[in-house]
Design a protein around this ligand. Structure first.
Ligand code: PEP
Length: 254
């Protein structure tokens, strides 16, 4: 019922040359596979370049961030319409690196989510607890807070599942090589879906795609994505290698 979705977050990696080659290898490897949706999020300077390589393919282009204003004196920032203009279909918002390294608050992320959705971008909204929060048994309270505050004034609509994706990314699993176990991921996803049902209604929540992110690799992807509430993956490190990324994509449709 839900089409799996695998997205690659290239973070602040690649050069023009490696970005072009990586995108071309992913396009070639994906071919006409339509049982899974795929997107890549290159750094801003390479969006147009990578967008050109993706043209006519089934791989979508994603921004890694946006600033929640249409235009203005915001030096160094990028607006939702600029992302659309350069060919982005998606944007990643609320990533833990922006929450924790750049101090983004729930309310600022909420402004970004609303701006992205209003502009017509498909928003990949990330949530997840730190290790300390998990060890203190606060995981659900943190997810509850991030979801309820990050999605304030996002109203339910029949096309919401096309426009909003939630990525559960436990901070302790990102870039560490320690992924959540399939059970831990399923538990968190089930909780997130129950919260989404309270916000948007049962029918909409059942259709929303929930990605797991945090050290997803070819050898653990299948066990994670076969959990009933895990509908794909947001991939960091392994998305910088076309073979590894494509193996994760294949695991999502197996
Ligand atoms: C990420 O950046 O969203 C991520 C999950 O990174 P990694 O796969 O490297 O843990």
């Amino acid at each position: 019922m839900r089409t799996p979705f695998v997205a690659g977050n290239w973070k602040m990696f690649t050069s023009a040359d490696t970005a072009r080659k990586l995108a071309a290898a992913i396009v070639a490897g994906l071919g006409n596979e339509m049982r899974v949706r795929v997107a890549v999020a290159p750094p801003f300077p390479y969006l147009a370049l990578v967008g050109g390589v993706l043209q006519g393919s089934l791989v979508g282009l994603a921004g890694q961030n946006l600033y929640p204003e249409k235009e203005g004196a915001f030096t160094g920032e990028v607006s939702p319409t600029m992302l659309l203009d350069v060919g982005c279909r998606y944007v990643i918002l609320g990533h833990s690196e922006r929450r924790h390294k750049l101090d983004e608050s729930d309310s600022f992320i909420n402004r970004k989510v609303k701006a992205g959705l209003a502009a017509g971008l498909r928003v990949i909204f990330c949530v997840g607890e730190t290790l300390e929060q998990r060890e203190a048994n606060h995981t659900e309270a943190i997810l509850e807070r991030q979801i309820s505050q990050g999605l304030i004034d996002v109203s339910t609509s029949t096309d919401l599942p096309e426009r909003l994706v939630i990525a559960y990314e436990p901070v302790w699993a990102i870039g560490t090589g320690h992924n959540a176990t399939p059970d831990q991921a399923q538990q968190a996803h089930e909780f997130i879906r129950s919260r989404l049902a309270e916000l948007f209604g049962q029918a909409t929540a059942a259709q929303l795609v929930l990605q797991y992110g945090g050290s997803v690799k070819p050898d653990n992807a299948a066990s994670l994505v076969k959990q009933p509430d895990v509908d794909g993956a947001l991939v960091g490190g392994a998305s910088l290698n076309a073979d590894q990324f494509l193996a994760i994509v294949r695991a999502a449709v197996a």
